[in-house]
Ligand binder design. Structure first.
Ligand SMILES: C[S@@+](CC[C@H](N)C(=O)[O-])C[C@H]1O[C@@H](n2cnc3c(N)ncnc32)[C@H](O)[C@@H]1O
Length: 196
């Protein structure tokens, strides 16, 4: 655990990195974000002091966080070796992402996780809804005035996307309290060597 390799996609302003520094300061952490300013801030305030915590900017287009981005979903490639990562984290990322990019990220997560590596992510996911709905009305207790404020998926679409890439669902639960509609999703990469 102390020397685990962790990738944090949508690392924002280093919330996970800050917690890891307090609890597991020796892990190898890579934060990836589409917002260049966030990455710059994390490099200045975290990476410079803790070189095992690195941050990279990936110029993926996102109408909310990086509208001028140049990388489209199909071209997405994370700067990480195959099967080299113990855990991937995406808190509040698929919640604001178009399906083409979710699909591309799921494929990349499956590629970079080692067999039986874990992925934790949050999403707006429900039964009996269309595959994807942008800013659904009467869903969250706040106004969705900006593009991609809320992207809600059907559980069926999301879970089958995970399954197609060999990511098995371990647990699904609603986050409750602060973000009642946001769900926590725990995945494990199938170990094909074990036939699992
Ligand atoms: C709601 S914030 C969450 C930040 C962080 N995970 C946290 O929990 O504090 C979403 C983050 O995802 C990033 N993001 C959005 N689309 C992205 C993409 N396609 N690739 C990488 N990061 C992305 C945004 O720039 C933003 O920092």
């Amino acid at each position: 655990m102390q020397d685990a390799r962790i990738v944090d996609i949508g690392s924002g302003l280093g919330r996970l990195a800050t917690g890891l520094l307090a609890e597991l300061p020796d892990v190898h952490y890579l934060g990836i974000d589409a917002n260049e300013q966030f990455v710059h801030w994390c490099r200045e305030h975290i990476e410079k002091l803790h070189p095992n915590f690195r941050f990279v900017h990936l110029d993926v287009a996102n109408d909310l966080y990086n509208p001028g981005g140049t990388i489209a979903g199909g071209e997405l490639r994370l700067p990480v070796d195959d099967a080299s990562i113990d855990a991937a984290n995406l808190w509040g990322v698929f919640t604001n992402m178009v399906p083409e990019h979710v699909r591309a990220y799921v494929a990349e997560i499956a590629r970079i996780l080692r067999p039986q590596g874990r992925c934790f992510l949050t999403a707006f996911a429900e039964d009996d809804v269309p595959e994807v709905t942008f800013n659904p009305s009467d869903y969250v207790p706040y106004r969705c005035t900006l593009p991609l404020t809320v992207v809600r998926y059907s559980k069926q679409w999301l879970f089958s996307t995970f399954q197609q890439h060999g990511l098995q669902l371990e647990e699904f639960r609603y986050h409750g309290t602060m973000f009642p509609k946001q769900s926590e999703i725990y995945l494990i990469k199938a170990d094909t060597r074990l036939g699992q």
